[in-house]
Write a protein that binds this ligand. Structure first.
Ligand code: PGA
Length: 319
């Protein structure tokens, strides 16, 4: 079967034996999780939601209240990053002030400034108080034809502007079905990180988001996610040998994460957090995801939250 690849470079291994076993058994898995503590990250990508600043305000107020309660509980909580739409960034900064939630841009322009109507630059994001930048989301790659080369340029723009960069990678369902997941992810990682030094890797997070799991309600099963994350760590080891980068870099999972699936996925040793779309738009759901239960963290069981949510999200999985 000839699968059009979701990356602009063909994998060298494409015509040889696929590297992912079809059974995806974890027997050959190399786990870099042991011994290396990586603080978990829970991040929310609001995409083009909600429709008004009023709705954003109400959700942010609920999220801030939940977050304050969580932080005051003395629990060992994960790092939290929110990626709101550009116009809501100042609102998010204002309403989440006093919490540890950091704000990031969902994308950035390839240009610094000038006659580029509708674009938003990294310096503009940084000047609004953003510390983070999301790049290479599959929706940018597929809907806006973003290439691996452009993703790489945005990675450097973000790093040079002092932002921490979260790079999204992930294979399509067709690629997954013909065992090209590892090959595609390897190319996306290598192309995105071209020219990035080991020292700069301190500011890089990778988000593995299988395209077939985004907004579909199909969560990648935890052992499969673990196997892919482990393979990505092997790629990092190859790119940055003897530096500790592979063991230190946080690799998040994204794709239909919910309060129901979070605890299971976070039990995997190479899953260092999540990137959440639909469920991040409801404060209680997102807060429950932040308050995930993991054997790696010393904490009491998650609280039951009861905030009155303010709007319904038109999300394909009915979140
Ligand atoms: P989802 O989106 O949680 O709605 O599947 C994840 C993402 O696109 O980052």
């Amino acid at each position: 079967m000839n699968v059009p690849l979701s990356t602009d470079v063909r994998p060298t291994s494409m015509h040889s034996q696929p590297r992912v076993p079809s059974s995806r058994t974890p027997t050959t898995m190399v786990c870099y999780g042991g011994g290396e503590y990586r603080r978990p990250v829970v991040s929310g990508n609001w995409k083009l939601n909600p429709m008004t600043s009023g709705e954003a305000k109400e959700t942010l107020k609920l999220l801030a209240a939940n977050q304050r309660a969580l932080e005051e509980s003395g629990k060992d909580i994960p790092e939290v990053i929110l990626f709101p739409p550009y116009p809501f960034i100042p609102l998010a900064s204002e309403l989440l002030e006093g919490t540890t939630v950091a704000i990031g841009g969902q994308d950035c322009s390839l240009h610094d400034k000038g006659a580029f109507t509708g674009e938003v630059s990294v310096s503009q994001l940084a000047s609004l108080g953003c510390n983070h930048l999301l790049v290479g989301h599959s929706e940018r790659r597929t809907l806006f034809d973003e290439t691996d080369v452009e993703v790489n340029k945005k990675v450097h723009l973000g790093l040079n502007a002092g932002l921490r960069v979260m790079i999204c990678i992930g294979e399509t369902e067709d690629e997954f079905n013909v065992n090209l997941a590892d090959a595609v992810n390897e190319i996306q990682v290598k192309k995105a990180l071209a020219g990035v030094t080991a020292a700069q890797m301190e500011d890089i997070t990778i988000a593995y988001e299988p395209v077939w799991a985004i907004g579909t309600g199909k969560v990648c099963d935890a052992p499969t996610a673990q196997e892919v994350h482990s393979a990505v760590r092997r790629v990092l080891d190859e790119l940055y040998p003897n530096t500790g980068v592979a063991g230190r870099t946080r690799i998040l999972y994204g794709g239909s994460v919910t309060p129901e699936s979070i605890d299971v996925i976070m039990r995997e040793p190479d899953v260092d957090g999540v990137l959440v779309g639909g469920a991040s738009l409801m404060a209680d759901k997102f807060s429950r995801i932040i308050d995930f239960s993991s054997p790696l963290l010393v904490r009491s069981p998650p609280r039951v939250l009861v905030a009155k949510e303010v709007f319904k999200v038109g999300h394909t999985d009915g979140l």
